[in-house]
Design a protein around this ligand. Structure first.
Ligand code: ADP
Ligand code: MG
Length: 412
């Protein structure tokens, strides 16, 4: 018996040893992570310069304008601003300037209160302000900035996520009118400009004293960005140049998103590494479908409850085959995935009852369909007069099993 256990443990050790002895194609996969900030940001020299110009007066105690930066996801806005803030800190040390700054990601701090809390906590390190009213936080922020007579640069990344943004901007503007010494400057960043339309005109003019747009990268630029990272991420000769080119081309199609390009490369690297191969086009293609699935799972994660149930109904019916194929005699392969709007609504009602939710009206249901279509999860066409009058035909854009699993995970 003892012998067997020892032998068993011996075999296990072999697996670990082999794992450790196996040389990975990666040198350092961290440089492909979304959190890694490269020392050098090619193709953003002009943007870096412009942000520095806006901030430079602060070093001499002059009030810099507020700046609003926008552009699509993955165009390097966050990386560029963080890069500039690092330089700014260095200049502050060098010239002993009365400035300070804070970076706040509003996706995780999406209320005025939370933003003020972050600000006050950074001005009074070690003090706890949880539970104090926002007017108290506001007073303490002003007191600090004014007594030190500093310019306080507040970076609000993904600023469109702040639910009570008008209140926040109003409060920060008012702060500048109220303090005798010192100043608060805002750098707002957003992936989405449509939120500006909903903004109070006063907030808008506060936020946009200066503005700049980050343009999407083209395929050549993305290739260069990837090549620079690949040098650090992979062992020599472990990543084909054409694989980088392909990943760049895919990402250029996805609105020039460098984050997507890096995600593809990381995934391709992981797939190649598992089978001990170098990264080639094949792995980038595999990575593309894997990453797309991840994105769908993330999308589903953010869906409200009822649209998620509608999506689930569509996925179940696509798996079982809807009435359309039976009615039209179209081959099951083609027809099964086409669903009548009515049958989806019936399934939705059934599922709501089963899960103890009150089903929403058909009017709401049509809104949910529109939402799902806008997110690219389904496509909607009209049937034309021949079939059942003129009804909406619905088709799931992704694999039903994957969608079902993602919704179930969400409701877990
Ligand atoms: P955004 O904030 O515009 O959505 P990010 O700044 O987060 O985009 O950039 C996405 C990813 O792409 C990050 O990992 C970032 O390091 C990388 N990246 C963006 N632009 C560049 C660039 N010019 N050079 C190198 N890496 C870049
Ligand atoms: Mg960003």
């Amino acid at each position: 018996m003892k012998y067997h256990i020892n032998k068993y443990i011996g075999d296990m050790m072999d697996i670990f040893d082999r794992e450790m002895a196996r040389s990975s194609i990666f040198l350092d996969r961290n440089v492909l992570s979304p959190h890694y900030i490269p020392d050098h940001l090619p193709f953003r020299e002009k943007e870096i310069e412009k942000i520095m110009k806006v901030l430079a007066p602060a070093l001499r105690k002059k009030r810099p304008s507020n700046l609003f930066i926008y552009g699509k996801t993955g165009t390097g806005k966050t990386a560029t601003v963080k890069h500039v803030m690092e330089k700014f800190d260095q200049a502050k040390e060098k010239y002993n300037s009365p400035v300070d700054h804070i970076y706040i990601n509003c996706r995780t701090h999406n209320r005025k209160y939370q933003v003020l809390l972050k600000m006050v906590e950074s001005l009074y390190p070690g003090e706890n302000f949880m539970g104090f009213a926002s007017t108290h936080l506001y007073d303490r922020i002003l007191e600090n900035i004014s007594s030190k007579d500093i310019v306080f640069i507040t970076v609000l990344d993904e600023v469109d996520q702040v639910k009570d943004i008008d209140d926040l901007l109003y409060m920060l503007t008012r702060a500048n009118d109220h303090i005798e010494k010192g100043h608060i400057s805002i750098i707002g960043i957003s992936n989405n400009v449509t939120f500006l339309e909903k903004l109070d005109p006063r907030s808008k003019s506060t936020l946009m004293q200066e503005e700049m747009v980050f343009a999407p990268y083209n395929a050549i630029q993305l290739k260069a960005i990837l090549a620079e990272r690949a040098k650090l991420a992979f062992r020599e000769g472990m990543c084909d140049d054409s694989a980088l080119e392909l990943a760049a081309a895919y990402a250029a199609q996805e609105s020039g998103d460098a984050r997507y390009a890096l995600k593809l490369l990381l995934k391709a690297g992981e797939i190649a590494d598992e089978s001990g191969e170098k990264v080639t086009d094949k792995h980038v293609k595999l990575a593309r479908s894997a990453v797309e699935e991840d994105i769908v799972v993330d999308l589903i994660e953010t869906l409200p409850e009822h649209p998620a149930i509608v999506l689930y109904s569509i996925a179940e019916l696509s798996k079982e085959g809807g009435r359309y194929a039976k009615l039209t005699g179209i081959s099951r392969e083609v027809g099964d995935k086409v669903l009548f709007s009515g049958e989806v609504y019936e399934r939705y009602e059934t599922l709501c009852t089963k899960w103890n939710k009150k089903p929403r009206s058909a009017r709401w249901y049509r809104e949910y369909l529109k939402e799902l279509e806008m997110m690219g999860l389904i496509t909607i066409t009209m049937s034309g007069k021949g079939i059942r009058g003129n009804t909406q035909l619905i088709r799931l854009a992704y694999n039903p099993e994957k969608v079902i699993a993602a919704v179930e995970k969400k409701f877990e």
